[in-house]
Design a protein around this ligand. Structure first.
Ligand code: MG
Length: 384
């Protein structure tokens, strides 16, 4: 039986996850129809995608007059994410700007293929509560969470422990001192995954893993004490779930984001996609693991502390990290300063801390953090 064609809106179509989503859609074009595309500032790519997929609606942040794009209906992200014609919303945009469209899609009861970490990290409780109310399904795209989700399918007993795997990024085995001297070029060379710049730097600091721990806590309702991290440099095992009887399940696959993207889009089905690389078990002789040295990765510690604290702290963490990574990529600060800046901002936020924030409180904490980060790095005259 062939299911009806799923109608998709891709929020953040020009970024790494957005592009890979459209690659999956192209390979399975008889199953999906793209009816909405939203991009950031890469108009050249957006125009190519619009030309190929002919969506009903488009949106781009830096709106300029453009003869080709004028032929399409312009619809803001939140309206697109909640539009009645849309079945599945892919939230592919990284950073704080993913929150509003995620919430709109969840409130409208959509299937939400969620690649954005920050939405769940900063407002997980609100999003999960809204999904329960509306019946929306949150389908994780992050490879680790997709793995955990796949391991939990069909299980009736809650997991005893979740083990998130981490490649360790390009600086595995570096000392804290060596880490202060690494260049942007080195940090952008991820050994196994093809990802956007922000996530690649977050992988090098292990902030990415910290956000994933918080994401797992919110998504699977499992305490921080029951989530651990194991270094697995080949990125073939995407995570483990240990059960109360001592049995452990894992999900394995070639490190390619198109696989978790496709699973979220085709769930509960699995479809053949000849474009996706497969593991060749005739060639794999070993899988390696290492224990994590938390002391080399202060960003990971800061993230877990902020996640446990909850309230507005994760919003400060995410916004501080976004700004710190931008400052690092533009050579304003060193690699080691990313953690220092985040730590300073978390500390300064103590006086403004809210334990049960609303979405407005979360967005205010985000704005406060960005402004203060600029003040700390560039000085008073650059802050608004
Ligand atoms: Mg991940």
């Amino acid at each position: 039986m062939v299911d009806a064609i799923k109608k998709l809106a891709v929020i953040g179509c020009t970024g790494s996850i957005g592009r890979q989503t459209l690659e999956v859609v192209r390979s399975l074009s008889d199953r999906f129809k793209v009816i909405g595309l939203t991009g950031g500032s890469n108009i050249t790519l957006l125009k190519k995608q619009v030309d190929k997929f002919k969506p009903q609606f488009i949106y781009y942040r830096d709106k300029k007059t453009d003869a080709q794009l004028e032929n399409y209906e312009f619809l803001p992200e939140e309206a697109m994410a909640s539009h009645p014609d849309v079945d599945t919303v892919v939230i592919a945009t990284p950073g704080g700007c993913g929150l509003k469209p995620t919430l709109a899609a969840v409130k409208a009861g959509k299937d939400v293929a969620l690649a954005n970490k920050e939405a769940l990290v900063t407002a997980g409780e609100i999003i999960i509560a809204e999904a329960k109310k509306s019946g929306a399904h949150i389908l994780p795209v992050d490879s680790e969470h997709s793995a955990i989700w796949q391991c939990l399918e069909g299980e009736k007993t809650p997991p005893a422990r979740i083990i998130l795997t981490a490649s360790g990024g390009p600086f595995l085995g570096y000392t804290a001192k060596q880490l202060t001297e690494v260049t942007v070029e080195q940090a952008l060379k991820h050994p196994t995954w093809r990802m956007g710049k922000k996530v690649t730097i977050d992988s090098a600091t292990l902030m990415n893993k910290g956000l994933e721990v918080i994401e797992a806590n919110r998504l699977f309702d499992i305490s921080f004490e029951k989530i651990s991290i194991l270094i697995h440099p080949q990125s073939i095992i995407h995570s483990f779930v240990e059960f109360i009887d001592g049995s452990t399940k894992a999900q394995l696959g070639w490190p390619d984001m198109r696989l978790p993207i496709q699973y979220a889009l085709t769930y509960p089905e699995r479809l053949l996609n000849i474009q996706l690389p497969r593991l060749d078990w005739d060639k794999i002789n070993q899988l390696n693991f290492e224990q994590l040295n938390m002391d080399s990765f202060p960003c990971l510690k800061l993230a877990i502390e902020a996640g446990k604290r909850g309230g507005t702290m994760p919003a400060v963490l995410c916004a501080a990290d976004e700004v710190a990574v931008d400052f690092y990529l533009s050579n304003h600060i060193g690699f080691g300063d990313i953690a220092n800046l985040i730590q300073q901002l978390l500390k300064q936020h103590e006086t403004l801390f809210e334990t049960q924030p609303t979405i407005d409180d979360i967005q205010n904490a985000d704005a406060w953090t960005r402004e203060n980060a600029i003040r700390l790095v560039l000085g008073e005259k650059h802050a608004n």
